[in-house]
Design a binder for this molecule. Structure first.
Ligand code: PHE
Length: 448
């Protein structure tokens, strides 16, 4: 078995978990999902979901990972000897490939915008021209596939340099910077004429706008954004030290992740209304709106470049954590060398990502349920794989896992005082999460 390398510092471990959580899910997907589902009411459901499902499932993944210091499969085998729960790992691995598949296409778009910003071409246009610019990008198979491949090459290059060095360094420096720049953009957005309409859309809960599908989207978005349900945080927390407070880390990760999502909303929606873009524009939303915000700012080119650079790093720390799921699995369960595991992971990822990149152009007539390949991957990843994974994790830790393991992990073997988190966690895992996810699935399949 390969030697496991721990995180150098406690901050490194949290930064890496935050680095995994904060990414395109917050900056690109959250605004477009909120926009498509009517704003305020969606956000309320989203926050509720973070509190009663998100934090409990993060904690559960931490408990599984740190109590065994192993990947999901080995962990489940150790925690439940002789049982077949470990088979669920394969669903997680498949789910992680689907996420990286569509995710790296968006990362490719980010690099294109970074490139355009570097050439100073992101300013001086009308909203319609920005919209045409995005349309031209996705219509070009070469540009779409090309940038996606560039991104994946960078990702796997960083991966091949090992976990502690690559991830920690990037995550600990870039995350705080991203946070600061988001605040600067929010202020600029709020100064736009008609900004209050955007704020109203974002924060006034109009439940007549929220459908059952919207509730499902809010759940899926919360799971994708927190990186839960496909064993990513099991893999990361397997590297955590034994004196880390899991409760503190889980709440920190959830709080920062939610804050970044809300800030992204505050940055985007005043501009959406001010520029007359449709909030329901979908995956293209931020690409149509952001250049307009930069244009309003003194030194807009530089801000644009800096912004896309930071989003690029935020995405990279997320895809690194995503690729680490199959890589650690192959190394530890199939005795592969790290290089070989990276090569296999890269190969599968390339195939899925290229399919997703082509689904806006060459393969755009392949549609199911009105969605192209990219949309199907995007939908299936969060609304099916991650939710199913969340359901499994909640039921496993809530009902099956020995309660002593949970107690030991939350109190670090008795060194920390027990808090209300433990009964709250168990209640949410046993009842709230399974019942709500189960009902959503029943509704979707048309049974209720
Ligand atoms: N949470 C990441 C984001 O919001 C995406 C991700 C999902 C990363 C699952 C790792 C695992 O961008």
């Amino acid at each position: 078995m390969a030697k496991r390398v721990g995180f150098a510092t406690r901050l490194g471990a949290i930064a890496a978990a935050v680095g995994s959580a904060v990414g395109l899910g917050n900056i690109w997907r959250f605004p477009y999902e909120a926009g498509a589902n009517g704003g305020g009411a969606f956000i309320l459901v989203y926050i509720g979901c973070i509190l009663v499902m998100g934090i409990p499932v993060i904690l559960s993944e931490f408990i599984i990972g740190r109590s065994t210091h192993s990947n999901m499969k080995a962990a489940l085998k150790r925690l439940s000897p002789g049982k077949k729960y470990y088979l669920f790992t394969y669903v997680c691995i498949f789910g992680s490939f689907v996420v990286i598949g569509f995710y790296s296409v968006v990362c490719g778009w980010i690099i294109e915008y970074l490139y355009q910003a570097a050439l100073g071409r992101l300013g001086g246009h009308t909203p319609q021209e920005y919209s045409d610019m995005f349309t031209a990008l996705v219509a070009s198979p070469w540009r779409c596939v090309g940038w996606t491949v560039v991104f994946l090459l960078l990702n796997f290059l960083v991966m091949s340099r090992g976990i502690a060095k690559g991830i920690e360094r990037v995550a600990s420096v870039m995350m705080p910077l991203l946070f600061v720049i988001l605040i600067v953009f929010c202020v600029n957005s709020l100064l736009l004429p008609g900004a209050s309409k955007g704020l109203n859309f974002l924060f006034y809960p109009d439940f007549s706008q929220l459908t059952m599908r919207g509730v499902l989207d809010a759940f899926g978005q919360a799971f994708l954004s927190l990186s839960i349900g496909i064993s990513c945080l099991v893999t990361y927390s397997s590297y955590f030290k034994d004196d880390t407070s899991l409760t503190k880390d889980a709440t920190t990760v959830a709080a920062l992740d939610t804050l970044v999502a809300i800030l992204s909303g505050v940055m985007i929606f005043p501009a959406v209304f001010s520029f007359g873009v449709e909030p329901t524009a979908g995956p293209r939303l931020i690409f149509e709106v952001l250049p307009g915000i930069f244009q309003q700012m003194a030194g807009g080119y530089i801000w644009a470049f800096l912004f896309f650079l930071l989003v690029f790093f935020a995405s990279l720390t997320s895809t690194i954590s995503l690729s680490e799921i199959p890589i650690t699995f192959m190394i530890e369960e199939h005795n592969m060398s790290r290089r070989r595991a990276i090569m296999w992971t890269a190969l599968f990822t390339f195939v899925l990502a290229v399919l997703a990149a082509l689904s806006f152009n060459v393969l755009d007539d392949i549609k199911m349920w009105g969605m192209n390949i990219f949309d199907i991957m995007d939908y299936a990843a969060s609304n099916i794989f991650m939710l199913l994974g969340g359901l499994f994790t909640a039921v496993y830790v809530g009902w099956i896992l020995d309660r002593k393991v949970v107690h030991d992990q939350l109190t670090n073997g008795g060194r920390l005082k027990p808090t209300v988190m433990e009964p709250f966690l168990i209640f949410c895992l046993r009842y709230v999460a399974p019942v709500s996810i189960f009902f959503i699935f029943l509704y979707l399949t048309g049974i209720i």
